[in-house]
Every structure is written in structure tokens, then in C-alpha cells.
Write a protein of this length. Sequence first.
Length: 419
Amino acid sequence: MAECPGIYTLSEMKDGLLARLRVPGGRLSGKDLQMIATASNKYGNGTLDLTNRANLQIRAIKQASAQQFIDQLIKAQLITTDPVHDRLRNITLDPLTGVVDEIYDCSDLVNELDHALSNLSCRAQLSPKFSIVLDGGGPSHISQLPHDFAFIAKQTSEGAITFNVSINNQSTVLNVSPQQLVGKLMGWIEKLCAFYKTENMRIKSLARDHDLKTILQVMEDKPFEQDILYTPKSTLTALKGLCDQIQQNKVAINLSHPTGRLFHFQLIGLAELAQDFGQDEIRLTPWQSVIMPHIDQDHIADIWEKGEALGFLTQEAEQNLTILSCTGSQGCIHGGFETKMKALKIRDAFIDMGFPKPVTIHLSACEKGCATRAKTPYLVMQRRDEDEMRLYINEAPSTKAAGKPVPEEQLIPELKKLI
């Protein structure tokens, strides 16, 4: 079983083989969506999951069809022909870049980075979880996602644009220009790989044995005497509902899903919406949704109506209740309870409450935390060595807290008391 699935490295799950389609920048065309939908139905069971890295997981791929599935994705130019490069395409972009006020539009940097990674001499040494985040300084604060390297656009008092460099979610004194960014990063990665000679290298793993000042010294070939690290105060902010674009009379619409579990016909429906009302573009987000940009204001009602018919949540108030859920016992051998249907039951039970402010419930069928490893206000988890669910407040799946044992029939009443 592949610990971190990709397309060339499939993970064996209870419902078949699992493939993760890495989508650099999270952008797909309607044609891409239709092809992915067709392939998932032909070579799997037509079921897909949105991930917290703005990628897609395609479920239940049949072993006998795996190579045909790969060939189909290569033909559609959705994956590379280099298996080592393909597993490194973890480039996250603010899904609102280019459509809202920001300091720098990072769209072109995605392709530059992806191409540079394909030529990196030490690429086989990097972990398939090695991640790069590009934050143009917009309202989403996408750099707050867990990362190895993040670049956050800033504007100097003289008006010049620069990128502050964050390493392992800690900002540093390093800054690079947009023109330097790709070359600098590739050079830093090569130096780190040559110095540490670690397999499956991530900054997170290096930081267990070396402080970040030492890691920076390796990157820059010079000592750092001053304080070099600080933790940003901004928080990840998901779009809810819709927002006006900088382009006149255009809006970007967020369509979220109650569980993050999609079926092939929903992808086809999204593709048709993008082709009919947008500019043939869908943007995957790290918050279990898709954003459809470039919608004429006159077509907002059409998107709402057709999006709801496809099973998406459209209004801001209903999107304020976020339920994150892993695959659960239905698809994973480690899963202690079924998460997706439980998420729908919770959603149905809370549908009439209305949520003026965001609330997040995380259903984790084991302590690995595949849906998210971050703290959430409400965590429902069953550890692998236990037979009961427990309810936690403001905890992450890695918590050592005891939590409150909750019988399945009491889960919704307990959550209602708290929320």
C-alpha cells in the first residue's frame, strides 16, 4: 500500500485502489472535468473525493484497469509521464487569485514551478508530501495551509513587490522577487538535499533534528545571527457564497459539498455550468468546495439553482457549517466508523439552525486525520485501539486528550448542545 497515493502509486483501500490526481494550482477546465468523470466511472466506481490540498482522489480503481487509467490521464495531459515528477506537483494557489484585490497574481508561477520541479536533479529524494504554497496577498491567506515552503506577496514602502519566504509555517527574514522565486527555490532544495541526504525529505522532518536557523544557513551558504523567524497572525479564510471580482459585473461563486464526496455525474454537471455560464474554468479549493469564477451577475440565480440540483451547498449561511470527513470505515481499513453518511445526517439535523458564523465539525475515523490534521472546534474521532467515538473541543486528531465518549445515537444531540 502506498503511504501517499498518486496516480502511479495507488493505495489499496477497502473499496479498491485509490488514486490521487494532483492538480497544480487547483485549476481545471470543463473538458478536464468531463474526462476525469468518465475515467472514474469507467475504471473505478465513479466516486471521487475533494482533498484539503485542492486535489481530487479517484476511488475504487480496478487493478486490471490501472494502466489504462494512467494512459487515459496522460493522453488528456492531466498527469506527466515522469512518475517521480508527478508525485511532486503539490503546488497550492489561492483559488481567488486573479479575480480579487491582491498584491500579485501568482497564476503564471504555477506552471514555472511545475516545469522546474520536473528538472530538479534531486526530485526522487523529496517526499510526495513536499508542498509549495503561493500566496499573492489576497483575502484567503492561503499560506496558512501546512507547507514546506510558502511565498507571501508583500509590497515595500517604495512600491516594489517581493515575496516573504515561509518555511514549515514560520515566516523568515528571506525575501525574493517574483522573477527570482522559482530559481531560488530550486537552488535551496538542491542544497538541502545535498547536505542532509535524507530520503522522503520534508522541512517538517528536518526540523525535528535541526532548528530552522541551521536549515536557512544551509540554504543560503551563510550564517544567520539575528532572529529569523516569526509566526504570522493571519488565518486561512475560505470564500463563502460569492464575491465580486475586480472585473466589472463578474462574480466568483463558491459551491461547497456536505461531505466532499462527489460522483462522476456531479463533475459533468459542474463542467457544463462552467462552459455555459463561466469561462470554462473550475478552481478546486482546500476547503472542500469548488469555485466557479467569471460569472455574469445576471447568471447568479442559474448557478444557484443548478448547483443545488447537483447536490452542492450554495448560500453563505449553509456554507458556514463545514463538516470535514475522511473516507471512514466504508473505504479504509483503519476507519473505526462510517463518516460520509454520518456527515450527511449531521447536516440534515442542523439544516434549519442557520449559522451566522463559521462552524467546523471534523469526523475522523482514526487518529491519522486524513481530512485535516489541524485543530477544529469540534472533533469526533475513534482511535484505532478503541470501539467508541469520542468528542473533543478545539483539538486535532493527534491530541492526547481523553475526549468524551459518545454513543452513536447521542452524537447529534451532544453536538446540538455545544453548538
